[in-house]
Write a protein that binds this ligand. Structure first.
Ligand code: PLP
Length: 328
């Protein structure tokens, strides 16, 4: 889903809270020409019963962001706690009482020609209401893209570097123009890497399998959440091993995971049915568990969440109320 943001939305830009319409960069900005930025994607989920908005694993996202920035020698001067505080502040200032998406972006901001970057770095954070990214209720029809996933020795896929997303954009654009919902990219070895903005899991003969992080994939935070849920809640240890293209056609279940997509079942690949061409039992359970956890309804996974509106109440009475409900 592409979403136009309200120009009056308050964003964090150049160290200030200002309306989106005033947050502007110059035409010669280095990152605009050369893709020298690193971004993140974070979700916040609105829980109607408790009237609370939960940030999903913000510390892990900001930690990954800062580390990835180091690959480009980009410096984000603020500590993780402060970045989390800015994010919660943005959600409150914009009075967001709905599912939301947060986009931190660090970039090389010098305004000049010349590819070699210098030490002029900037960052911004935008938080906006955001619903479903891919309509996946009926399951997705994916294609294997003709584009190969960027190689680690060219542009590291694990780093969420802006320029690398040309690769995702090419694959996703081709897929949609050909009538598919999403693209699955192979890497240069011919193994399955990931979706254009998501990691991939396959169920085959009762085993849950995902490509290892050395296959040119983003080291997804949802991926790690799904691995934890699968192991702890379903007793399924996820095997990390290369996946061949033809295994996609033989899989019993396939699903994509990511901050934006959540857990999205793939029911057809290249016009071939995956299993029964419907949401499978394992994907279904993991999807349910993930969204329950993201909405604060599973006590064991409250560790992933940071409440935006009632931080104090939540660590006291609010939490107890929720925990009692969860325990019941
Ligand atoms: C290429 C790519 N792979 C995987 C993911 C999933 O990562 P995460 O679960 O951390 O959002 C994303 C989204 O951030 C992505 O852009």
């Amino acid at each position: 889903m592409n979403l136009e943001a309200d120009p009056n939305l308050i964003v964090h830009f150049a160290g200030q809270y200002i309306p989106l319409r005033e947050a502007r960069i110059g035409i010669l900005t280095h990152a605009l020409h050369y893709g020298t930025g690193v971004f993140e994607g974070i979700r916040a989920y609105w829980e109607t019963a408790g009237q609370e908005l939960y940030l999903m694993r913000p510390h892990e996202h900001f930690e990954r962001w800062k580390r990835n920035c180091e690959i480009l020698r980009l410096e984000v001067s603020l500590p993780i706690d402060e970045l989390c505080a800015i994010t919660a502040q943005l959600l409150r200032r914009n009075a967001i009482h709905a599912d939301a998406y947060i986009r931190p972006l660090a970039y090389k901001c010098a305004e000049r020609i010349g590819v070699s970057p210098d030490n002029q770095d900037a960052f911004a954070v935008v938080a906006l209401p955001y619903g479903e990214y891919l309509r996946s209720d009926q399951g997705l029809h994916a294609c294997v893209s003709a584009w190969r996933r960027v190689e680690d020795n060219a542009i590291p896929a694990r780093a969420k570097i802006c320029g690398a997303y040309v690769n995702s954009a090419l694959a996703s654009d081709d897929a949609r123009r050909a009538g598919f919902d999403e693209a699955i990219l192979l890497n240069e070895s011919g193994h399955v890497a990931e979706g254009s903005t998501s990691n991939i899991f396959m169920v085959r003969k009762g085993r849950l399998i995902t490509p290892p992080v050395t296959e040119n994939v983003l080291e997804g935070i949802t991926r790690s959440a799904i691995m934890e849920l699968a192991e702890r809640e379903l007793g399924m240890r996820v095997a990390e091993r290369p996946i061949d293209r033809s295994e996609l056609y033989l899989a019993d279940e396939l699903f994509l995971t990511g901050t934006a997509v959540g857990v999205a079942p793939v029911v057809r690949v290249d016009h071939r049915a995956v299993g029964d061409a419907a949401l499978g039992p394992i994907a279904g359970q993991l999807r349910h568990l993930y969204f329950e956890a993201a909405h604060g309804r599973l006590r064991n996974y409250r560790k992933w969440l940071v409440p935006v509106y009632k931080p104090e109440a939540d660590s006291g009475r609010g939490t107890n109320r929720l925990e009692q409900a969860n325990a019941a």
